[in-house]
Design a protein around this ligand. Structure first.
Ligand code: NOJ
Length: 766
């Protein structure tokens, strides 16, 4: 009941909350109520047999049409011509053209295929595709325009290889560092997720889906997939309505208003109701209330999961009925629809209207892509990884880097450094640096940290390299590829000789660059970790390097916040590079030598210890009982502070904030602030604006991000910034499920991180 009330008003509320100028531009992408389009869809639908309709709802995995590793045309024809399927997963390149040609030339109605792929950080599952940083790392840039640009490149590469449907972006607000898939989204804040994700939607879909380089974007995973139990993948989300509506749904609502053309349901259940069979959330909220008219696709086998994993259906047929009623239009890989929908409709258990609605959505996607209007599949691999794309990948890697700590060591002065020891298992590991959802890429495409340092250090500097230790000491049982290549060389025990060789090389250097972290598939589907420290013997190695007395720069390549408390206390400079993509090593070297100035800010909280997890920056005001510290929400054995807070990231220059002013009008709050570069180097600052409601009818949050802006400033320069916040954005969910703006006092906090000590404060009254 509560969900129903919420669904009714959330449309209005979220519309106001999330329709920004960015989404307004996107409204051009999908013209609503386009009569001609709808007429064409109806006309085609009227010619279709029930088998042809049911077939459209099936997406078949590449594995099902392959024999001995090669496309098997008999199997492909069986699905396309005899079963009339609407889509394949993971068919690309020349094979995409072959299957598309079969659909266009050999089927009765010549309905083209949707060809889907996961290109979440570039077309990385294609050989020689451009590989950008993994999303959680790239989110540290807070750079919407660069995010849009990389997405547009990804779309261009996808279309050049026959793929027209991307399973990205990932709108999972992720708050548990143990969860392997935390790397695939934009972090713990819903507003930032919405803004960055929508920028990528815009890049994938372009001005119009019918443009030659546009693909359909997919918002996933709908919904609350990231609200795990203990960080385990696929675990149930047992959450309050307030959390669901305030944290998890907003990014999807923003994407829908911005014109996203498909949404994927998630594997998890929400309060006991699996997302893929969840009529309240999919059919009522997403489709009826929000007015989403695109395609809802299930996740991989998640329709079948309804009976074989989640037990809300007793067999395939019941699973098919549940999913179609819930509003899932296309079934990914399992074949419950293909095998059962005809019977369900013919026996009257599922109405023809329901089937037609699903078919129309798939046809609508195909029409919008221009597939019925002569858009050709032209495979042209020369369009991949062009010099221009490499340059954008380099810029993305630069902006991904976060300077977590710096005590008088960076940038290195090449006039004084004569010998650099580059050590660690990720210093020259071209594949792991790329992250998950990546194929084996040509070695020459990837710049490792060792490559970057060698290229930039110059001939007067000697660069020595020793791996030292492995990433882990043993292969982790059951680690899956996470959508990429299988063997990423996780383990095997480190020999003492290897460690000694690295320590000896380091002893004679002026500076050590230690590149440590995780393998790509340690942070991916379904690879969660119970410990989030540096795996294997890496911390022991780091301590031995530190003991040499030679200054150490620690570069981290990893997919989640790591518990690096010892390093944060002892190592003078730490760069978080995440999985920075193909140009990551060059970007790291540039930052180390001061050719660029790091500007990234983390979008997830780094805990001190695993016991603090899950941990995120916004929490209820009520931190202790009656002002008594000892009776607070805290531990007795660790301070209640993160190691690095959300929004943290240093620069080689310094920024100062001053003169905050607030002008409330009837409908909006105008906040102005001055930001000055008080250091000696040009730098980019990511200005963050948080608001805190002092008193509300339900316990208010301490603070929430409302706005941000990236600005570049030369030394000695000041800029005055103004932010407009609509008062409706300050509304809260009340006990009876209503969304209202409650009068009272609000604090505005502006600064360089969510850490209160870095925030300038002012307040206003509503
Ligand atoms: C399962 C993943 O959860 C989803 O994100 C992905 O799009 C599909 N597999 C297809 O690869």
């Amino acid at each position: 009941m509560f969900i129903k009330q919420l669904s009714a008003f959330i449309g209005i509320f979220m519309l106001i909350l999330l329709v920004s100028s960015a989404s307004a531009q996107l409204s051009q992408i999908l013209p609503r109520g386009n009569n001609t389009l709808e007429k064409r869809i109806d006309e085609l639908l009227s010619k279709m047999t029930i088998d042809e309709k049911v077939g459209q709802l099936a997406q078949i995995d590449y594995g099902a049409i392959v024999t001995d590793g090669k496309l098997d045309l008999t199997k492909a024809r069986e699905f396309i011509v005899n079963k009339h399927i609407g889509s394949f997963l993971n068919v690309q390149g020349q094979e995409a053209k072959i299957v598309q040609d079969i659909a266009l030339n050999e089927t009765r109605l010549k309905i083209p295929l949707l060809l889907g792929k996961d290109a979440i950080h570039g077309h990385a599952l294609y050989p020689n595709g451009t590989v950008f940083p993994m999303p959680l790392g790239f989110a540290s840039s807070w750079d919407e325009s660069l995010m849009e640009k990389t997405a547009a490149i990804t779309a261009a590469e996808m279309t050049a290889t026959g793929v027209n449907w991307n399973f990205a972006p990932v709108f999972d607000v992720a708050r548990d560092a143990r969860w392997g898939r935390i790397i695939e989204g934009y972090g713990e804040d819903p507003y930032l997720n919405y803004r960055l994700g929508l920028a990528q939607v815009k890049g994938y879909q372009g001005e119009s889906l019918s443009d030659p380089n546009s693909v359909i974007a997919t918002g996933k995973h709908f919904v609350a997939y990231s609200e795990t139990i203990g960080g385990r993948d696929y675990s149930p989300a047992d959450i309050s309505m307030r959390t669901l509506y305030d944290i998890f749904l907003p990014p999807f609502k923003g994407a829908v208003d911005g014109g996203i053309a498909s949404i994927m349901t998630s594997f998890n259940e929400i309060n006991g109701d699996p997302a893929t069979g969840n009529a309240e959330l999919v059919r009522k909220t997403l489709k009826d209330t929000w007015g989403f008219d695109g395609i809802v696709v299930s996740d991989y086998n998640s329709v079948a999961m309804l009976y074989h994993t989640q037990f809300v259906a007793k067999d395939e047929m019941e699973a098919a009925k549940l999913a179609i009623e819930a509003g899932v239009d296309m079934e990914m890989t399992s074949q419950c629809y293909l095998n059962n929908l005809k019977t369900l409709v013919e026996s009257g258990q599922v109405s023809m209207d329901l089937l037609d609605d699903a078919v129309k959505r798939i046809l609508r996607g195909k029409f919008r892509l221009g597939l019925f209007d002569g858009k050709k599949t032209v495979i042209d691999e020369s369009k991949l990884n062009t010099p221009e794309y490499k340059e954008v990948a380099l810029q993305a890697a630069r902006e991904t880097l976060v300077l977590l700590k710096n005590e008088d060591l960076l940038p290195l002065d090449l006039n004084t450094v004569k010998r650099i020891a580059v050590v660690g298992p990720l210093a020259d590991d071209a594949q792991n640096q790329l992250g998950g959802w990546t194929m084996q890429q040509p070695r020459e495409n990837v710049k490792t940290v060792l490559d970057g340092i060698k290229a930039l250090a110059g001939s007067s500097v000697e660069v020595v390299y020793e791996k030292g230790v492995n990433i882990t000491e043993a292969d982790v049982e059951g680690v899956s590829s996470g959508g990429g290549v299988e063997d990423l060389g996780l383990g095997g025990s480190t020999s003492n000789a290897s460690m000694d060789a690295a320590i000896n090389a380091a002893k004679n250097a002026d500076v050590i660059v230690a590149v440590l972290g995780e393998a790509a598939n340690m942070s991916s589907e379904p690879n969660s970790r119970a410990y989030i420290n540096l795996p294997g013997r890496q911390e022991e190695f780091l301590k031995a390097l530190y003991a040499t007395g030679v200054p150490v720069v620690l570069v981290l390549i990893n997919g989640r916040p790591l518990t690096i408390e010892w390093a944060a206390k002892n190592i003078p400079s730490i760069i978080e590079a995440w999985f920075p993509g193909q140009e990551g090593g060059t970007a790291v070297a540039e930052a180390i030598f001061g050719k660029t100035n790091p500007s990234g800010k983390i979008t997830v909280t780094f805990p001190k210890t695993i016991g603090q997890v899950p941990m995120w920056y916004y929490h209820s005001h009520q931190k202790n009982w009656d002002g008594q510290e000892a009776y607070g929400q805290r531990y007795i054995d660790v301070e209640d502070e993160p190691l690095f807070p959300f929004g943290h990231g240093l620069s080689y220059t310094t920024f100062e904030y001053s003169d905050i002013t607030i002008v409330p009008t009837t409908n909006s709050i105008k906040v102005s602030v001055s930001v000055s570069n008080t250091g000696k180097m040009t730098g980019t600052e990511i200005v963050q604006l948080y608001i805190s409601d002092r008193v509300a009818s339900l316990v208010p949050m301490n603070k929430k991000l409302y706005r941000f802006r990236r600005i570049s400033l030369d030394p000695g320069h000041t800029r005055r910034l103004t932010f407009d916040i609509n008062v409706t954005e300050l509304s809260v969910l009340t006990k009876d499920g209503k969304r209202v703006v409650e009068p009272g006092d609000f604090d505005v906090l502006v600064g360089s991180s969510s850490d209160d000590s870095k925030l300038l404060k002012s307040s206003f009254k509503l």
